[in-house]
Design a protein around this ligand. Structure first.
Ligand code: SF4
Ligand code: SF4
Length: 167
């Protein structure tokens, strides 16, 4: 299983075109989702996110009203103070968690300092095993995630192998 982030970035970029083709190809076929879920679970079990934390460094985190309530409560803060101190409003992504030079402001080393009450998107990430809607509907973001997330990169490679996708 490949976990080196430099190689993941290089190969994920190199294979972006192929992954986009695979995503479109999957859409034209009728696969049993359970088959893919089992593969993604195997990969998740084999990779230790605490050794990586790359998503918290490179990806933005969109948050909902419910997340705002949950995290503010967890931090023992008023919602308005939490919004002021820890969130940013963006044009393209709406409300996101504030970031600094190391990534998400709640990242400490490789660990999430608000893990027990982290936003829903963090809990579901990388949205292969768990997520809203069907796996197919979540596939549209996977070629981008394969550039920085070892779980996504390795899972897509195994999906292609499993389906005998012609590169
Ligand atoms: S979800 Fe992916 S990017 Fe995030 S910590 Fe785990 S392996 Fe790394
Ligand atoms: S809240 Fe925690 S899990 Fe979510 S991006 Fe920030 S550090 Fe990562």
């Amino acid at each position: 299983m490949l976990t080196d982030l430099v190689q993941i970035k290089r190969l994920g970029e190199k294979q972006r075109g192929e992954n986009l083709k695979f995503r479109a190809w999957m859409k034209r076929h009728n696969f049993v989702e359970r088959r893919f879920k089992a593969i993604a679970e195997r990969v998740e079990d084999a990779i230790d996110c605490k050794e990586c934390a790359n998503c918290c460094r490179v990806a933005t985190t969109q948050i909902s009203e419910r997340d705002v309530e949950q995290v503010a409560r967890g931090l023992g803060m008023k919602k308005s103070d939490f919004l002021r101190d820890y969130t940013v409003k963006t044009d393209d992504e709406g409300l996101i968690l504030r970031r600094d030079e190391k990534g998400c402001v709640f990242l400490e080393g490789n660990l999430c300092s608000i893990y027990e009450f982290r936003p829903n998107a963090c809990e579901l990430f990388p949205h292969l095993v768990k997520g809203n809607g069907s796996l197919l509907s979540r596939m549209w973001q996977m070629p981008d995630r394969a550039v920085y997330c070892p779980i996504v990169f390795n899972t897509l490679e195994l999906f292609k192998k499993e389906t005998e996708f012609k590169k």
